[in-house]
Design a protein around this ligand. Sequence first.
Ligand code: SAH
Length: 352
Amino acid sequence: MKNIEIIEMLETEHTAQKKELIQLIATISDSEVEILRKKAQKCAVKHFGNKVFIRGLIEFSSICKNDCYYCGIRKSNNNAVRYRLNKEQILSCCSKGYKLGFRTFVLQGGDDGFFTDNVLCDIISTIKRLYPDCAVTLSIGERSRESYRKLFDSGADRYLLRHETADNDHYERLHPTQMSLENRKQCLYDLKEIGFQTGAGFMVGSPYQTPEILAEDLLFIQKLSPQMCGIGPFIPHKDTIFKNEKSGSIRLTLVLLSVIRLLKPNILLPSTTALGTIDAKGREKGILHGANVVMPNLSPAEHRKDYSLYDNKICTGEEAAECIMCLSKRIKSIGYEIVTDRGDYKETGEVD
Ligand code: SAH
């Protein structure tokens, strides 16, 4: 099959074979990227119009028991500055965010043992009581099924857990032996079954990644069929073993955003901070390639630089209000607008 036929099949049938995905990823030309982009953009516009959903990201702990080799807040990084927000600080982020128009709060952090089920359920139920019109998204790593169930029952709506890579050997090269792809995938299936709107995802250009592995990532997304998918370029962090590795490329990240949009037309697909970090116009380009979500930072300004997953992360010196104003302008500049909608996943449905 020619690349152009693969792109057409993605558009009309929302599927492709592994072999074809590998070929597309490895050999797509610049003019084909543009054809793919237009189809993905058209598909996103068909489902979401020119609207971009916003999620307020609250990075509430930089303390982590895990040691993922690529991550700047991994346990064994002694240079990382560790902080943890208390309930009042988290609520104050929500209060600020609510006034700025956010109707989704994403609580993200390291796998921090302080946040037991009881502590988290109290925080979640308080947010839901104070802001009943808002969605709460969690992004706090692997937990037991019982724990996920308790968090869901206390009111959490969504959960982001990137699978990171769908290839076992690759997973092992990025994580210490205590962690496994099998467990990560099981968590994703549990989350979905419990009823969370669930997000999987992966880094683009992580060390040892190949087109074949990326094709597996795409097929895993197709199989799991999550409501959300977070992808962004890998960016090295100076205090990790991957400090001398290259960042993932903007081009490949954009291609994959478009492919994911066509594979799953109604998926919630963020244009990530990492994309904005490797390219000054990265987030705008992400939207033009089929993404439909942005996640401005609501974390307290004094802690931003300490949630350092990778080097040179953008927006670490700004207040939440500045971030949202800057992003609104950027989104407007490409003919889109930010909406203050909860922005839930919809099974089907297109805008009129
Ligand atoms: N502890 C949570 C949140 C992890 S941080 C969890 O385990 O899910 C959120 C995401 O940041 C990770 O899933 C990973 O894909 C991404 N990330 C971490 N280090 C990165 C790096 N060096 N470059 C790009 N993305 C990175």
